[in-house]
Design a binder for this molecule. Structure first.
Ligand code: GLC
Length: 536
């Protein structure tokens, strides 16, 4: 895309940061993070150079899925604070010239939500059709073979009204019927409630789930299923997700956003690239950013990553803005997938690619997945499929701020244990260490935000082989940058055949490299990533 075509907006040239509110900062000594805690830590985010903060759900919820089961879309869970605290948070974020993105969970509610309580009260209740109710098959079995993401059938029998209801996740999370115009209106009103308050956008939960096949056909079996996978993966969800009509819903949500000034949505969508990019919508009137999980799903090998990046760049619609992410609250942390040394290379990749990066809290200090003893597991995905090691708790542990008790997160018993090494690995210690992960993140962010080539410039692949990948970034009228990453642990030579260069290393995963001038050949150490400013 030509970077001169139009001005870039805040969600294009900025950096997003995801907070899992239970684990960021406790301010009232109950062991659970809260809104006032986040306010206390906003200066950390500002110092780091973050532009927008996405907070996982903070609404009233029975917490069957830790807030992704909402019982009131326009309230605040007392565990996290009050609406006044929320208003204060929004104000404090805006005062610092940052943006706030809320998590919107439109696909399903809690079974305790008054809408569902009404819906299940009788077959002729006006809200009956707000959810997905079906008769049993003549033999009493479920209406079809659909499975729930967290294990077991996706259908739950309701004794009182003698029908099944559909839930893509827990039975405590019944799916709304998005084909019903009243549901559509109710959720658009929810969006307006928060947008009127000044919220800058939404991360939309499981966007590709929102509409299901209207004939409710059986899903086909997955021929590639292996027993270590979640039971959900036994079938291919071709009828239960990603239906063509979902794009109409996304477009409606977009219209609501567009009736305000510069608001945005980033959609959670786990689909292959060709499908993913359709969520930008016709004429880019869909999601501003369909979340791109390729750096999570692609094996950490140079050739595969280089190919994935180029495929994504190639699949983007004209004017579709890219985005990248390494970790989130549902996935193992990047350090635990690729190791600590490669996590530095990953940070350089995330923050030098073209498109909006999202940083998961704690990744900036290289937090690792924390082993949670069996009897402390909290995540329903872990509890429901105990033999498959699928608990998401390890990636949701409290932020490690300093070397005081509980890492400065709380002065009570934390809801989830901290990493044993929090006294060594924390924000305070790493701030003072030029070689720390935090210093690397900070410097990468600073450089990215200073240099138009890095935050809005074009991307051109240069080279990839079994060990490394390299690309350039360039905005017209600005200096060109080249990124060379060694994805392996062994040294290698970078000597591209069809690209000659001369430039100076301005940032490196091993900072000793910085200031060195190279032309046409570089010998790279294992796990080394370097960023060169090229001569004209
Ligand atoms: C999304 C959330 C995840 C949640 C699920 C059900 O995938 O990211 O945490 O469990 O939706 O709401």
């Amino acid at each position: 895309m030509n970077e001169e075509k139009k001005e870039h907006l805040w969600w294009q040239n900025g950096i997003f940061y995801q907070i899992y509110p239970r684990s960021y900062q406790d301010s009232n000594s109950d062991g659970v993070g809260d809104l006032n805690g986040i306010i206390k830590r906003l200066d950390h985010l500002k110092w780091l150079g973050i532009s927008a903060v996405w907070i996982s759900p903070i609404y009233p919820s029975p917490m069957a899925d830790f807030g992704y089961d909402i019982s009131d879309y326009t309230g605040i869970h007392p565990l996290f604070g009050s609406m006044n605290d929320f208003d204060k948070l929004l104000e404090e974020i805006h005062v610092r010239d940052m943006k706030l993105i809320l998590d919107l969970v439109p696909n399903h509610t809690s079974d305790q939500h008054p809408w569902f309580q009404e819906s299940k009260s009788s077959r002729d209740n006006p809200k009956r059709d707000w959810y997905i109710w079906h008769d049993a098959k003549p033999d009493g079995s479920e209406p079809n073979n659909w499975l729930a993401s967290f294990g077991g059938s996706a259908w739950e029998w309701d004794e009182q009204t003698q029908q099944y209801y559909y839930h893509a996740f827990l039975k405590e999370q019944p799916d709304l019927n998005w084909r019903n115009p009243e549901v559509q209106k109710a959720m658009m009103d929810v969006m307006r409630f928060w947008l009127d308050k000044g919220v800058d956008g939404f991360r939309v939960d499981v966007m590709w789930h929102m509409i299901k096949d209207n004939q409710f056909r059986d899903n086909p079996i997955n021929p590639d299923y292996e027993s270590h996978m979640a039971t959900y993966d036994q079938l291919l969800p071709v009828y239960s997700t990603d239906q063509p009509e979902v794009h109409e819903i996304v477009r409606m949500m977009r219209e609501v956003l567009d009736s305000y000034d510069e608001r945005m949505m980033i959609g959670e969508i786990y689909l292959p690239i060709q499908k993913l990019v359709t969520y930008y919508g016709v004429d880019n009137k869909g999601a501003h950013l369909p979340f791109n999980f390729m750096l999570i799903s692609t094996p950490w090998e140079a050739k595969k990553l280089a190919s994935a990046i180029d495929q994504y760049e190639g699949a983007l619609p004209e004017e579709g803005w890219p985005n990248w992410v390494l970790s989130n609250h549902d996935q193992p942390r990047i350090t635990s997938r690729v190791g600590m040394s490669q996590a530095r290379v990953a940070a350089m990749l995330l923050l030098t690619l073209r498109g909006t990066p999202t940083i998961y809290y704690g990744d900036e200090i290289g937090m690792r997945d924390v082993p949670i003893p069996f009897d402390e597991v909290q995540d329903p995905q872990g509890l429901n499929m105990p033999d498959k090691n699928l608990s998401r708790d390890p990636a949701r542990t409290p932020m490690q701020w300093d070397n005081t008790d509980n890492g400065g997160f709380t002065d009570a018993k934390p809801w989830l244990r901290l990493a044993d090494n929090f006294r060594r690995e924390n924000v305070k210690v790493q701030k003072e260490d030029t070689f720390s992960m935090l210093s690397l993140y900070k410097r990468l962010i600073e450089l990215r935000q200073q240099e138009p080539s890095l935050h809005v410039g074009d991307y051109s692949p240069i080279y990839s082989d079994n060990q490394m990948l390299a690309f350039t970034r360039h905005a017209k009228g600005h200096q060109q940058y080249m990124v060379v990453l060694n994805l392996s642990h062994r040294p290698c030579y970078f000597k591209p055949k069809h690209f000659s260069f001369k430039g100076t290393v301005v940032l490196a995963t091993f900072p000793e490299r910085e200031g060195t001038v190279y032309s046409n050949t570089i010998s790279l150490g294992g796990d080394e990533g370097i960023l060169l400013r090229l001569d004209d």
